[in-house]
Design a protein around this ligand. Structure first.
Ligand code: PLP
Length: 390
């Protein structure tokens, strides 16, 4: 039986960028001692008090179908959080609760793109972006940011790709680079979206992980609230990756259609998970800061280690749980470097090439093992780079 082109073509025919990650997982399954610095998953688990809230809710009976847009208390908590952080008036009707940020990215593109529309996004990018766009029938169009600009995208490059485009997706703090977009970058992007009549899909799932500078939500820039869909999540901010709870914040009309989409796709998020999310958000920023703290520490330690040599350079990053290392001076591609590092040192990192073309010759290191193991592994990565440099 023939399957749809849409589903068989989701990854665009090539690799979806997860090869090294999967190879490392197979090595681990075979009993090898591999240090995995690949995916964006904390080394801690969800905090016990959040799990207790989940347990209370489940045992209290919140296990039936939950209302599709999300329970009022969670929509309100998200609206309050967004309003407090951005100053933009946000109410419950501006919020859809989704099963994680990923589902929000899909819903946001489904809301604004018709079949065959061009959907722009910045390269390097989170690995699911092109497939998410293809999944709604739109055409993914990457716009490269450049290492020499510290991977801050240039509005002129986006402009050059914008003919016939419907939407632009940006992600700050950024995965994979860790770069936090500057006010100048986002102001230029906002101006461009208005001039070219683009929807802006703003992936802000790392908004609590900012080590330098400040996170600016582009929805807060003048004229942007009516054309911006913000995607957020509890995954990274509250170490709730497996709970699958996130949101989209946007104009009421767009949200109301996304609720209809949710009715016909996900049918909402489990009630006990949403209750736990309300509890977690009620704890305020102290809990979020606790969860972010290990990455802040590891980044500081990494900067110290990297400063002691001058072969591998750290992309000037200010956020997220990753470091992007420029290994071009070793003469190896990111893929060759990562493969050889896995074979020789049993350390798994993601090649920059997994995230598009712009980060070729780079590797992404997730800071997701305990401090001692992380510093030891990074030291070995740097030593390995010196050994293989041609
Ligand atoms: N956006 C970015 C940039 C990510 O890195 C991730 C996960 O790694 C997601 C979205 C999706 O996160 P979740 O679906 O767990 O909320």
């Amino acid at each position: 039986m023939k399957l749809s082109d849409r589903i068989t073509g989701l990854t665009g025919g090539g690799s979806d960028g997860w090869d090294i990650f999967l190879r490392a997982r197979r090595m681990v399954a075979a009993g090898e001692d591999v240090c995995e610095l690949t995916i964006g998953e904390h080394d801690i688990r969800t905090a016990p008090q959040i799990l207790e809230a989940m347990d209370r809710a489940a045992k209290g009976g919140h296990t039936g179908y939950a209302i599709v847009p999300g329970i009022d208390s969670l929509r309100q908590a998200v609206a309050d959080r967004v309003q407090a952080r951005t100053g933009v008036a946000t109410g419950i009707d501006n919020v859809l609760i989704t099963p994680g940020g990923q589902s929000g990215l899909f819903a946001a593109h489904a809301a604004v793109c018709d079949d065959g529309d061009k959907a722009l996004f910045i390269d390097p990018y989170y690995a699911t972006y092109p497939g998410t766009i293809r999944g709604v029938g739109a055409v993914p169009v990457p716009v490269q940011a450049h290492p020499e600009d510290g991977f801050q995208p240039r509005a002129a490059d986006i402009d050059a790709a914008a003919d016939g485009a419907t939407s632009l997706m940006v992600n700050t703090p950024n995965n994979p680079t860790g770069v936090v977009y500057s006010r100048a970058t986002l102001t230029a992007i906002a101006e461009l979206c208005q001039r070219r009549d683009l929807w802006l899909i703003s992936d802000e799932v790392y908004d609590t992980q900012v080590w330098e500078g400040e996170h600016l939500s582009p929805r807060a820039l003048p004229g942007m609230a009516e054309r911006t869909l913000v995607v957020g999540s509890m995954s990274k901010s509250h170490a709730m990756t497996g709970s699958r709870v996130g949101w989209v914040v946007g104009p009421e009309e767009a949200i109301s259609h996304m609720i209809t989409l949710a009715t016909h796709t996900t049918y909402g998020v489990p009630g006990y998970i949403q209750d736990a999310a309300v509890f977690a958000l009620d704890q305020g920023t102290a809990l979020e800061e606790d969860i972010a703290a290990p990455f802040r520490r590891r980044r500081a330690a990494a900067r110290g280690l990297i400063a002691r040599q001058n072969l591998v350079r750290l992309v000037p990053s200010g956020g997220a749980m990753y470091l992007m290392l420029d290994i071009r001076d070793t003469g190896l591609s990111g893929e060759d470097f990562a493969n050889r590092l896995l074979d020789n040192e049993k350390i798994a990192v993601m090649p920059g090439e997994s995230f598009g073309k712009a980060a070729a010759g780079h590797i992404r290191v997730a800071m997701t093992v305990d401090d001692t193991a992380f510093e030891e592994a990074l030291g070995r990565v740097l030593k390995f780079a010196a050994q293989v440099a041609q």
